[in-house]
Design a protein around this ligand. Structure first.
Ligand SMILES: [Fe+2]
Length: 275
């Protein structure tokens, strides 16, 4: 989840950390966009939507080495994977959904509420679903040993939370708006501010992971992870909407974001770990 390094590359593009400039990465993404437009024109009838990211997207350097080159080998899951509880070793407490009350003091940053619904492809609510989030703090730093970014940790912020969806499929988190952070995909690379989301379904084998972005982020155009999703409508589905009805007087701003699990309007989900 916190991946700032990359190993040596193979093929036409190197995955060496910080080997390329932003201009070079942007040029590669522009080329990818042209290819995408051509593909869309050719395949409009059979493949009008491409909601999932390209597994091999050379501007996103670690995808060069990570994407599968062969069809997946299917195996039956172990019974324990189908039947074991997915909630961890203790029940989900309502306070687990408030990332601002996990320590003695208040964390630094813009307090926000993020809420929405988990839905299936027909718009039906998915109730009783475990939703987990993890994120950087307001300075763009994860509380994780692999994150040695020169930004301060917040002693009052861990950056993890969870809740169960209600009968209407609704979830709700109170947290701090994360900052953008640098990573080593290329020189001077910065990720747009985001929250990582995990949904477990009813078994460990059904876990889905995705990311929520915030509207109007100037880093969208520069980020190869965001842009590895080539369909703009699919990208837009990852961006929460500012909702003034969620915003609370003298307390916090609010965002709304629905997660759709199936169908053509489904939310992008990750095939591997992303920073
Ligand atoms: Fe991240």
């Amino acid at each position: 989840m916190v991946e700032r390094s990359a190993t040596a590359g193979v093929g036409t593009a190197s995955s060496d950390a910080a080997a390329a400039t932003q201009a070079e990465i942007s040029a590669e993404m522009a080329t990818q966009a042209e290819i995408s437009a051509e593909m869309a024109a050719i395949e409009r009838d059979s493949r009008p939507d491409e909601p999932q990211p390209r597994l091999a997207y050379p501007p996103y350097r670690s995808s060069i080495l990570r994407h599968p080159t062969m069809a997946p080998h299917r195996v039956d899951p172990e019974a324990v994977e189908l039947l074991a509880p997915v909630f961890g070793d203790r029940d989900v407490d309502p306070l687990d959904a408030d990332l601002t009350v996990q320590h003695d003091g208040q964390p630094i940053g813009e307090r926000i509420v993020v809420t929405g619904r988990v839905l299936d492809g027909d718009g039906r609510p998915v109730a009783g679903q475990l939703v987990e989030i993890w994120q950087a703090n307001a300075a763009g730093r994860y509380r994780h040993q692999r994150d040695q970014h020169a930004a301060p940790l917040d002693p009052n912020f861990t950056g993890t939370g969870r809740c169960l969806t209600g009968p209407d499929g609704g979830y709700r988190f109170t947290t701090i708006k994360p900052g953008p952070y640098p990573w080593l995909n290329h020189h001077n690379a910065w990720r747009p501010a985001h929250l990582h989301f995990s949904l477990f379904g009813t078994a460990f084998t059904q876990r889905l992971i995705t990311q929520l972005y915030f509207p109007g982020d100037p880093l969208f155009a520069l980020d190869p992870i965001y842009r590895s999703i080539t369909d703009q409508r699919a990208r837009d589905r990852l961006v929460a909407a500012y909702d003034h009805d969620v915003t609370r007087h003298q307390w916090c701003t609010g965002y709304r974001w629905d997660i759709v699990l199936t169908g053509t309007g489904r939310t992008w989900t990750e095939q591997g770990a992303h920073p």
